[in-house]
Design a protein around this ligand. Sequence first.
Ligand code: PEP
Ligand code: CO
Length: 449
Amino acid sequence: MTVPTWTPDSWRRLPPPAQQPAWPDKAELDAALKKLATRPPLIYAGEARSLTSDLAMAAAGEAFVIQAGDCAETFAEFSPNRVRDVLKVILQMAVVLTWSSGVPTIKVGRIAGQFAKPRSQETEVLADGTTVEAYRGDMVNGFAATAQARRPDPANMLRAYEQSAETLNLLRAFAKGGFADLAAVHKWNREFVASSREGERYEAIASGIDSALRFMNACRIDARSLHEVDLYSSHEALILPYEEALTRQDSTAKDAWYDCSAHMLWVGARTRQPTSAHVEFLSGIGNPLGCKIDATATIDDVLRICERLNPERRAGRLTLISRMGKDRVRESLPPLVAAVAEAGHPVVWMCDPMHGNTVRSDGNLKTRRFEDIFAEVEGYFEVHKEAGTWPGGLHLELTGENVTECLGGSDNIADADLDTCYLTACDPRLNARQALDLAFRAGELLARW
Ligand code: PEP
Ligand code: CO
């Protein structure tokens, strides 16, 4: 079902959206939304349009994208150093990928707004037998397993907005203030290679970058782009009242609406149905959009999503984020890639090798094996090579901290090590070393593209 005229609240005329909390107090909810609607936008529409232009390059095979950050940001884990360290990893990966692919790397954080989580189970039974709402992300309720913490509290949306503003402010400062200087980022990569067990393997890429930097120095190339970067924000548009409250009419083009909670918004695997309220909401905003594509998606689903979210077939408008699982990607992705190409939809394809490869550890922690993650990336690249399409980018859950949440990598994190530093509020993230391992390995594949 669709509604004839899009407005920021037209999704409310459809059957209720999935994955929304049971807000216990309507007056409390309305008051929070009213406040949110008066808050300043977090992004400017022109920035969202710049990201669309950048993504149009990726759709044409002339850029690669890295979209990465926490599975779920939290209030408790927020600190300037954590923001700095996640940015540092993204920058380091981007340098490796740019060198290897020979095209610019577009940098998009899963950050400054990634506070809401879809859940497979709506409720959870506590040790004392009481049934409570599942943890839906800090934008909604608390992680602690108590009835009080799990009560959805609309004030959390305001707090998420405020933390997003603080995070974005810091990211903008780092991106433009000198922190992202190319020579400095390469120096961190050199330190990583020197201290990595896989270092020798990565030497070819690292030496290539050394030579390029020396060459640019010798030519006295000192462009602004070597000292600062563009960094964009993104999150899953899950809690629709929050997204609606931050949706504003563009001041320079009156008929255009932008969701000013982030530069890019995506719809998740559980809410991506072409007739869903989530897809209705996203269809009317001017931001670049993403849609997760899991192994159950049919050709018809994907083509209808493309039509709903990008009927004008504008390059850069829509990114399809494949998250099939390492065992399904080679079989499930090719028909979808072929159908989208044949229909003439200029999408960016991206690989999320995280969400189809989640397993339980011996101690019942959610984890992922580095080798499985890389195997999906490899399969995904093979599918695109075969189809003659561009693999577009990587969508990852990672952190700059030294966590032990995913197994393997060159530090060989074992099942018994997971307890050492398992901090995630939701899915297991690559730590900084595993993330860089993945960038170098993916870089090896891209260098031979
Ligand atoms: C996520 O990206 O954290 C997520 C929940 O993904 P998916 O919708 O693909 O399951
Ligand atoms: Co996740």
